[in-house]
Design a protein around this ligand. Structure first.
Ligand code: ZN
Ligand code: ZN
Ligand code: FE
Length: 752
């Protein structure tokens, strides 16, 4: 009688894989065993060859929906004479890893349990989960994925849960976080002083409090949210004031699809994303102004997610269908995820706390995605998406990523793992969070990096940390990393034309780049085009106050005559000192960033205040253009060539905008023309580079491509001119994607 050993690698733990194997073995009358190890799932089978073949076929094709098989190795084995098929306890082995499932939103079966009044153990129980859903990444301390190595270790299963856990035919067979009212975590509701509110059921009371206008800190899957009634302008304003978040749009959680349809326009792809098992924040077009203006002000889109844990589902009822659900943190700091920390840090923001005693081991934010050009595109990769991984023949490398919107990547010989969104590294708290996560990933995947890849920018917060490393280090240029990240995501390794439209990144001439046309592969790049440099009066101050960039652009275009063309809304600004900086070239770093050009043009078109969140002025400009009637018109521009380096003279462009302002054109129309012009510039330079080097494949990356008008506009033009255009989907085009690019470049550079 034949016998085989099978090793299955991939996302095969914590996703119902062993019960699937068990049931399959029973179906084909096979004996043997299955076990988890840190290399994957091991199966030993004994039976007839035809049954083993059928088993292998089903293993490939009928695997559980959350699993992802990377590889199946089959070897013949000794017959042990097993008489049954059993599930063995896990074994650990050194130098091994398994792929880990992200956290998954509650599944339809568990939702039924939650709403089933007959189910005394799980009816309205906030921690209901099964093999197909629930927490994973956020509660796992170590691999392999087994309950004692998760934050569920402190909860002893009751006999009923244990029975389900041990029954291979049960949906909760080996569901590590499984529990019920009798044995699992419990909710508690506290006031801002930390006193527990007794008497009523915490959830019912929570709903009452939300309806009365209170702000609640609610502990969810990956951290705390601040939650309030999204139909109450007053509650929202209180939240904004207390959180010191004046204008940045707030994310919403809506009761169900029906509610979303009431407020947003939705196509079938968007519906799919919304209803899928990841439940990210999806950016959707607002249907009308039914919700309070202060949720997102003039922004035409809303960030919407559906409830993704049983707890979230229970926050809604017939009258309460839309909630503001924003990450609980102080501006710029990591999200709060521990109970005591929440009580301490959020007591000035939240009126009440709905919390529980299941610890979050690794905090993880909500992901943000948008459907653009018919594809789901990730803007912030976190819950449900992270950790993500890519096949890569590499070494043990750690790529530190970017200063803002940081993620990092770490690789072994076969895979590169990309962390969840970490945040902006300019605070000690985020650096600490970063270090914790790097150590966690090293431990979990058993990787000891021999090489560190980092961004060349001398002012990045992690540079001291880089210096302290004993390992070999490789600096990577920002925009090369952007293009490489998109190449790696799309499995491309040859010469391409890369267009990086971005905020700023440090360039090899020590200026701030951000409108780069590169010819590159994963090893090297040549800069073939960019905008002409312009001055940023006051450096970072110019980023905070876009009107300073407007003055700089006007000065470039009109020199001393600038006062004559100054829009009235800029006349009350402190123009003289800025002009003096420009004239005398004091504290005026040079940039060619498209992001800063957007800022400056936003300033020219009426964005006069200090920005309160990243890219606010760019978004303002895009929103203006979106409300313009469709037009093909554009501004004149001039491309200069010097030794196959193309530069774009923005003076004529700015003069065109000022002319339109002087004849009273609408700002919306001017903005649309400006967007059209940038698309044309992108096309023209791409054509010139194609002529020079014969490359037809174009890779688009950089945070400015989050601007949908620019991205879709340029993409469409390039396709019309027969370019093959490669874009981001899973990996963000913004600086969150940078770490992957750094890692693949570093791997390529050290390859012998
Ligand atoms: Zn479930
Ligand atoms: Zn139980
Ligand atoms: Fe960037």
């Amino acid at each position: 009688m034949p016998s085989v050993n099978i090793l299955v690698r991939g996302i095969v733990q914590g996703v119902g894989f062993r019960p699937f194997v068990y049931q399959l073995a029973h179906l084909y009358g096979l004996t043997g065993n299955v076990k988890n190890s840190s290399t994957g799932v091991y199966i030993h089978l004994e039976g007839t060859s035809s049954h083993i073949d059928s088993f292998l076929e089903d293993l490939q094709n009928k695997n559980p929906s959350l699993s992802k098989i990377e590889e199946i190795q089959t070897t013949s084995a000794q017959v042990d004479g097993d008489t049954t098929f059993s599930i063995l306890t896990s074994t650990l082995s050194e130098d091994a890893f398994t792929l880990l499932s992200p956290d998954i939103a509650i599944c339809p079966d568990c939702l039924n349990d939650l709403n089933n009044i007959e189910d005394s153990r799980r009816y309205h129980y906030a921690f209901t989960n099964c093999t197909n859903c629930g927490p994973r990444f956020s509660i796992i301390k170590k691999l392999p994925y087994d309950r004692p190595l998760t934050t569920m270790q402190n909860f002893n299963m009751c006999p009923s849960c244990k029975e389900e856990y041990e029954n291979p035919l049960d949906r909760r067979f080996h569901a590590q976080p499984t529990c019920c009212k009798a044995c699992g975590p419990a909710l508690s509701l506290l006031d801002f002083q930390g006193n527990t509110l007794l008497g009523t059921d915490p959830i019912t009371k929570t709903r009452t409090l939300i309806k009365s206008g209170a702000i609640l800190a609610v502990k969810g899957l990956g951290g705390f949210h601040l939650i309030c009634d999204a139909t109450s302008q007053k509650a929202i304003q209180t939240l904004r004031n207390r959180k010191n978040r004046p204008t940045k749009p707030l994310a919403l959680m809506m009761k169900d699809l029906g509610t979303v349809l009431q407020y947003c326009c939705l196509n079938t792809q968007e519906e799919e994303v919304l209803l899928g098992n990841k439940k990210p924040i999806l950016l959707l077009k607002k249907k009308s102004e039914q919700l309070p203006y202060n949720i997102c002000f003039d922004n035409p889109s809303l960030g919407v997610m559906l409830p993704y844990t049983p707890l979230h589902h229970m926050l809604f009822d017939e009258d309460l269908t839309v909630l503001v659900a924003t990450s609980a943190n102080h501006s710029g700091l990591p999200m709060i995820f521990k109970n005591l920390e929440a009580l301490e840090e959020l007591k000035d923001i939240a009126d009440y706390f709905l919390m529980h005693d299941r610890d979050i081991y690794i905090p993880i934010d909500d992901s943000v995605v948008k459907v653009v050009l018919g594809e789901e595109r990730v803007i912030r990769n976190a819950r449900g998406y992270a950790p993500s991984y890519f096949h890569l023949v590499s070494n043990e490398v750690l790529a530190l990523g970017s200063e803002f919107k940081n993620t990092f990547c770490i690789s072994n010989n076969n895979y590169c793992f990309m962390s969840q969104y970490i945040g902006d590294m300019d605070t000690l708290e985020t650096m600490h969070h970063f270090n914790n996560n790097v150590n966690h990933f090293k431990k979990m995947y058993n990787i000891n990096p021999k090489l560190i890849a980092y961004d060349y920018h001398p002012n990045f917060s992690y540079q001291d940390y880089v210096k302290s490393y004993a390992e070999e280090k490789i600096g990577i240029y920002h925009h090369h990393a952007h293009i490489a990240s998109c190449m790696a995501e799309n499995n491309i390794n040859r010469y391409v034309i890369g267009i990086a439209f971005d905020g700023v990144g440090y360039g090899d001439d020590e200026t701030l780049w951000g409108s780069e046309f590169l010819v590159c592969n994963l090893k090297e790049f040549k800069r073939c085009g960019h905008l002409d440099y312009f001055k940023m009066p006051g450096g970072d101050m110019a980023t905070l106050y876009p009107w300073r960039l407007a003055i700089s652009l006007l000065y470039e275009a009109f020199g001393e005559e600038l006062e004559g063309v100054l829009p009235s809304y800029l006349s009350d600004k402190q123009i003289a000192p800025v002009l003096s900086m420009l004239k005398n070239n004091i504290s005026c770093p040079l940039t060619c960033s498209i992001g800063r050009l957007f800022d400056g043009v936003a300033g020219l078109l009426g964005f006069t205040h200090k920005i309160s969140y990243e890219a606010e002025a760019c978004i303002y400009l895009e929103n203006l253009a979106l409300s313009s009637p469709d037009t093909d018109s554009n501004y004149k521009f001039v491309i200069t060539e010097r030794d196959t380096l193309y530069t774009i003279d923005s003076i004529i462009l700015i003069q065109g905008i000022v002319h339109d302002l002087s004849i009273g054109c609408l700002h919306t129309f001017i903005s649309r023309k400006f967007h059209n012009t940038l698309c044309l510039i992108g096309l023209e330079i791409s054509k010139k580079i194609r002529n020079d080097c014969g490359i037809n494949q174009i890779v688009l990356s950089g945070g400015v491509f989050q601007n949908e008008l620019l991205f879709s506009g340029l993409y469409t033009l390039l396709i019309q001119h027969n370019f093959e255009v490669i874009t981001h989907k899973l990996v963000p085009c913004n600086d969150s994607g940078l770490s992957l690019g750094q890692l693949v470049i570093a791997s390529e550079l050290i390859r012998k």
